[in-house]
Ligand binder design. Structure first.
Ligand SMILES: [Zn+2]
Ligand SMILES: [Zn+2]
Length: 298
C-alpha cells in the first residue's frame, strides 16, 4: 500500500516570472496527483503538499531544478491520505501576507538583512548564556500559541500575519528592543520576513530558528524550552512531539485542559476555538465573540 506523507518547504530566491513558475508547479502537482497549497511570488516559493512518498520525491527533485530552489529544506511528516481537499497553486506579491512586499529584498542566498539563524541546540545555548536577556517572540497568529509556545514567550495579539506591522509599531515592545529576541514560527518562513520587519523597526538583536518549531520539536520534544503541541495548517491540526507533551490549552466553555480546536458555528467564519471533549456539543452551536459582536450590530 502507498505510504502517504506531507511535505512542508519554502525557498527564498528571485523569481523573474512568477506566472511561468506557477504554471510549471501546477503541472508538476497534477502529474503526481499531489494535493495542498503552493504559493509563488517574486521572492520565491512556499508549499505544503500531501501525496505518496514516491510522488512527492519526484516532485521535490523536479522543483529543486529551479535556480535558487535547490537549497530548500524539505520537512517530511506522516500524512493520513486526503490531508488536503485539492491542489491550489497561486501567484502572490508576498510568500507570507505581512502586507510589506516592498520591504523585502531577496537575492540568490535568500532574504537580505533577516535575523541570525540558530540551530535548535544554539537556541538552548543562547538562553543558557544570556538568561533573561533572551526573549522568545511568537511570529504566529495568537490562537496558534494557545496550545503550544516557547516558555515565557511574548505572544502578539494578532489574528493574521497582516496585524504584525501595526503591533510592532504600537510601542508595546519598546522595552525589549535591545534584548536578544528569538522569533519563532511553525516552519521558519514567517520569521524570515518578521525578523526583517523587526530589525527595520529598531529591534537590534533578532534571531530566528532554522526550520522553526518543527525542527526544534523534532530534536528536543518536551525536554527543551518548548511546551505543548504544535498547531499545523492541515487536517491533522495538532502535532505532538512526544508522549510527555503537556496540555496548555483551555476549553473556551469550561476551562478544562484541551488541545482540540473547533470551528466557529457560523459556517462563514474561520475563527478556531478550543473545546474539551465534554463541550463538543456546545462547540457545534456556539459562535465566536467576533460573530456575536457582528450579529449584534446588524
Ligand atoms: Zn469544556
Ligand atoms: Zn465566528
Amino acid at each position: 500500500m502507498a505510504v502517504n506523507k506531507i511535505i512542508l518547504f519554502y525557498a527564498f530566491a528571485p523569481v523573474a516570472d512568477p506566472t511561468a513558475v506557477k504554471l510549471w508547479q501546477r503541472a508538476l502537482g497534477e502529474q503526481w496527483n499531489l494535493k495542498g497549497r503552493v504559493i509563488v511570488s517574486p521572492h520565491g516559493i512556499n508549499a505544503t503538499l500531501g501525496g505518496t512518498v514516491e510522488d512527492l520525491k519526484r516532485y521535490v527533485k523536479a522543483t529543486k531544478q529551479y535556480p535558487g530552489f535547490g537549497k530548500m529544506d524539505v520537512k517530511w511528516s506522516d500524512g493520513m491520505g486526503e490531508d488536503f481537499p485539492r491542489l491550489s497553486v497561486k501567484e502572490r506579491p508576498e510568500l507570507v501576507a505581512f502586507g510589506a512586499p516592498d520591504e523585502v529584498t531577496v537575492d540568490k542566498h535568500g532574504v537580505v538583512g533577516g535575523g541570525t539563524h540558530l540551530k535548535p541546540e544554539e537556541v538552548n545555548k543562547l538562553v543558557e548564556e544570556y538568561g533573561d536577556d533572551v526573549v522568545f517572540f511568537d511570529g504566529r497568529n495568537a490562537f496558534e500559541a494557545q496550545i503550544g509556545r516557547f516558555q515565557d514567550a511574548i505572544v502578539p495579539d494578532v489574528q493574521t500575519t497582516h496585524g504584525f506591522i501595526q503591533d510592532l509599531e504600537s510601542g508595546k515592545y519598546d522595552d525589549i528592543k535591545n534584548k536578544k529576541i528569538i522569533s519563532y514560527c511553525t516552519g521558519g518562513i514567517r520569521c524570515e520576513i518578521l525578523s526583517v520587519l523587526m530589525k527595520n523597526r529598531g529591534f537590534e538583536d533578532v534571531y530566528q530558528i532554522e526550520g522553526g518549531i518543527v525542527r526544534y520539536g523534532e530534536q528536543f520534544g518536551s525536554k527543551g524550552l518548548w511546551d505543548g503541541p504544535l498547531y499545523v495548517f492541515d487536517k491533522r491540526m495538532v502535532v505532538n512531539f512526544d508522549e510527555e507533551t503537556t496540555t496548555l490549552g483551555e476549553c473556551s466553555q469550561c476551562q478544562a485542559a484541551t488541545s482540540d480546536f473547533h470551528n466557529c458555528a457560523d459556517p462563514g467564519c474561520k475563527v478556531l476555538r478550543l473545546y474539551c471533549e465534554n463541550c463538543v456539543e456546545v462547540a457545534r452551536t456556539q459562535v465566536c465573540p467576533d460573530c456575536v459582536e457582528r450579529l449584534a450590530t446588524v
